[in-house]
Design a protein around this ligand. Structure first.
Ligand code: PAF
Length: 320
């Protein structure tokens, strides 16, 4: 036992609004980490990034509208008490865990749909998925009213779509994109990894290996997108790959010659489990360095922007 009390769980919108109002008194930025639960070290790292800025609200909601026909909505792991215990040591202010009808009433007929990045990467394979994500995140933003929201880079296209949405709708929210957390063997952490048998898991390692092969090709000075994609594809021969691409940022275009700001991104299916991963890079002279997906994506930059706004009386010092 850590001796730290587990965070309060708020189930209803009214309860959440009252709690949110109580946080405003401290004039610190309220930081939101939306999740679908089954929290692993990747989620906990998002929470740690969030906690550097201000009080944190974590939502746990398995959003039905972002799952397509035949996807894993029903088997998606749900265990609120385990998640709550995992958050206990991190000083989370509250967990928002609404029931589905709190978010979508029977007559709900309003969607938020970002008309960009369509037909690209995951959108080509999961039609309607991002409409479900942008709709639920808008609803959650309206309920939680955060000053900052933290997302994980593993869902690169999700981050890009949400960033676009935040800007297009003038939402007064700063977005932090936290780095992907990996197991020692390189596998990006995901709630779906639990569905992999040990032999599936060995195959799954091919995805991060393929992306690293792409990074290596860039380091060798290869300038043709097709050649880099070919080098990555060779690592995953025989696997069920949705895509394994080099795209320019922020629009995820497929350009024949490598652009200056790019993402290597892949999605594959193993025994019915779909895995995604990516690495983003920027050209610096004649080499490519790791680079954020979106501007001002890290906690320190967002802390500076919040300080410049001057609205908040207290802001934790940024780490390091
Ligand atoms: O990344 C996720 O877990 C989900 O897509 C999100 C952002 C919580 C929306 O349901």
């Amino acid at each position: 036992m850590s001796g730290v009390p587990a965070p309060a769980v708020l189930y209803g919108a009214q309860e959440l609004r009252a709690f949110r109002a109580s946080l405003s008194i401290a004039k610190r930025p309220v930081v939101f980490v939306p999740t679908m639960g089954d929290l692993h070290a990747g989620h906990l790292s998002l929470v740690r990034h969030a906690a550097d800025l201000g009080p944190v609200i974590v939502s746990i909601f398995v959003n039905p509208t972002q799952f397509g026909e035949g996807e894993d909505f029903d088997r998606y792991p749900r265990n609120l008490e385990v998640d709550r215990a995992r958050l206990a040591t991190l000083g989370v202010a509250a967990i928002f865990a609404p029931a589905a009808d709190e978010i979508y009433n029977e007559e709900a007929a309003t969607w938020v749909d970002v008309d960009a990045l369509r037909g690209r990467l995951c959108d080509a394979h999961r039609p309607g998925h991002f409409r479900g994500v942008t709709t639920v995140v808008t609803k959650l933003f309206n309920l939680v009213q955060p000053d900052v929201a933290v997302f994980g880079q593993k869902d690169a296209q999700q981050c890009l779509v949400l960033y676009r949405m935040v800007r297009d709708l003038h939402l007064p929210i700063e977005m932090v994109v936290a780095p992907t957390v990996r197991d020692d063997d390189g596998l990006a952490l995901s709630s779906r990894n639990r569905f992999l048998s040990s032999s599936d898991r060995r195959r799954a390692l091919g995805l991060s290996r393929a992306l690293r092969r792409g990074v290596q090709a860039l380091a060798e000075g290869v300038q043709s997108t097709a050649e880099i994609e070919q080098a990555m594809a060779e690592v995953l021969v025989g696997e069920d790959v949705d895509y394994l691409d080099l795209r320019s940022l922020p629009r995820l275009d497929h350009e024949p010659v490598v652009a200056d700001h790019v993402v290597l991104a892949g999605a594959m299916r193993i025994s019915g489990t779909r895995l995604i991963d990516n690495i983003s890079l920027r050209r610096v002279g004649d080499r490519f360095d790791p680079a954020p997906l979106i501007p001002a994506a890290d906690v320190n930059e967002v802390a500076d922007r919040l300080r410049e706004r001057g609205t908040f009386a207290v802001l934790s010092d940024p780490p390091g």
